[in-house]
Design a protein around this ligand. Structure first.
Ligand code: GLA
Length: 361
């Protein structure tokens, strides 16, 4: 269905944002730490035509919704559906003092939902870009990322960090975004020519509005409080002995964050040096830390990582994103990523009886 078929007029604005895959730096963003995400080719696209008054009509093709959802700007209310992201965006724009009027909207996306690839941030940023253009709103890119996060935190009710929105907004194709989530200082690091990015979706979906992510975040805050620091970012490897004296499981949770921050810094160095073997080793170490200390992996994801480890063309693999399902990110020998990923997915189907999907390359 086209915009014209749905609303009887063409859109005046077309905006989009990519999904992201985090290379390394997981569950560090809400601890003030470092992250290193990059974008994927899959995108969410928003077509929009402003209309008089404050009424919004919106249809998202990929959620199988039969008719447009409608509401009036200023009357947003949470319903536990995808439309919360849309309402969250108009709510946060109004709250920040930006005048948003009515609009007809059509959304299409190739970013898998619940795949750990930031379908939420892609939707938020695509919507924010469309509103920014349609209503000439003076919003800078970093501010836009923060508005997206605020919509998700305060309206949708998912206590996520700022990594995804920053990655979707700032990282270009073939670039990793090295971000300090405390200062929001960032720089772009080119992806090395000596490695090919591979992303496999396990097919097990997750939701960050649910309890597990929230509980990890609360555990980190509790650990920081007991250790007398503002955030776990303020600790380093020298603090690990006292970190491990915390009551279980807080010690292991904090150890993941402290060691993961160090791994991001090491990964940036390896990336800049084109040292893919060292980068791959950091991926495996990150995965083990997420599996054993942070406990956000699941058996299907562990199996995909183990199959990757047994594949000679793969340098490293790990769970990417919030966890409890989602996707695995890998680095492979250039030109060999697709074949390696397909072999891994075939073996996964044989062993787990489930269908995983190769998303990149
Ligand atoms: C989700 C959140 C991010 C980040 C990751 C874990 O993707 O949206 O803010 O916390 O989980 O690294």
């Amino acid at each position: 269905m086209t915009f014209y078929e749905l609303y009887g007029a063409p859109p005046s604005v077309r905006a989009s944002a990519p999904g992201r895959v985090n290379l390394i730096g997981e569950h560090t963003d809400y601890n003030g730490g470092y992250v290193l995400p990059t974008t994927i080719p899959q995108r969410t696209t928003v077509e929009l035509l402003p209309r008089p008054g404050g009424a919004i009509r919106a249809l998202s093709i990929d959620v199988g919704q039969p008719t447009p959802f409608d509401y009036v700007v200023g009357t947003e209310s949470r319903r536990g559906r995808w439309t919360d992201y849309l309402q969250g965006v108009t709510w946060v724009l109004s709250k920040a003092g930006f005048a948003v009027g009515g609009a007809d909207i059509l959304i299409t996306s190739t970013v898998p939902l619940g795949g750990g690839l930031s379908s939420s941030a892609a939707l938020e940023i695509a919507l924010l870009r469309a509103f920014r253009e349609a209503f000439s709103l003076p919003i800078g890119d970093v501010q836009m990322a923060r508005l997206g996060q605020q919509a998700e935190n305060e309206f949708v009710g998912a206590p996520v960090g700022v990594m995804d929105q920053m990655a979707c907004t700032l990282a270009g194709n073939g670039e990793a975004l090295f971000l300090d989530t405390r200062s929001l200082e960032w720089s772009v690091v080119p992806m090395p020519a000596s490695a090919e990015l591979v992303v496999i979706n396990s097919g097990v979906a997750h939701s960050h509005a649910k309890g597990d992510y929230r509980m990890r975040r609360a555990e980190c805050e509790q650990a920081a409080g007991l250790l007398g620091v503002a955030a776990l970012r303020d600790l380093d490897a020298g603090d690990l002995p006292r970190v491990m004296r915390l009551p279980e499981p807080l010690g292991r949770r904090a150890r993941h964050v402290v060691t993961e921050d160090d791994r991001v810094l090491a990964a940036v160095e390896a990336l800049r040096a084109g040292n893919v073997a060292s980068l791959g080793g950091l991926f495996y170490a990150s995965h083990e830390s997420m599996r054993d200390d942070y406990e956000v992996s699941i058996p299907e994801i562990d199996l995909l990582v183990e199959l990757a480890r047994a594949t000679p063309d793969v340098y490293g693999a790990r769970l990417t994103g919030g966890g409890f399902g989602g996707s695995v990110v890998m680095l492979a020998r250039p030109g060999r990523g697709r074949a390696a990923a397909e072999a891994i997915v075939a073996e996964f189907a044989a062993r787990a009886g489930k269908a995983a999907t190769v998303l990149v390359p």
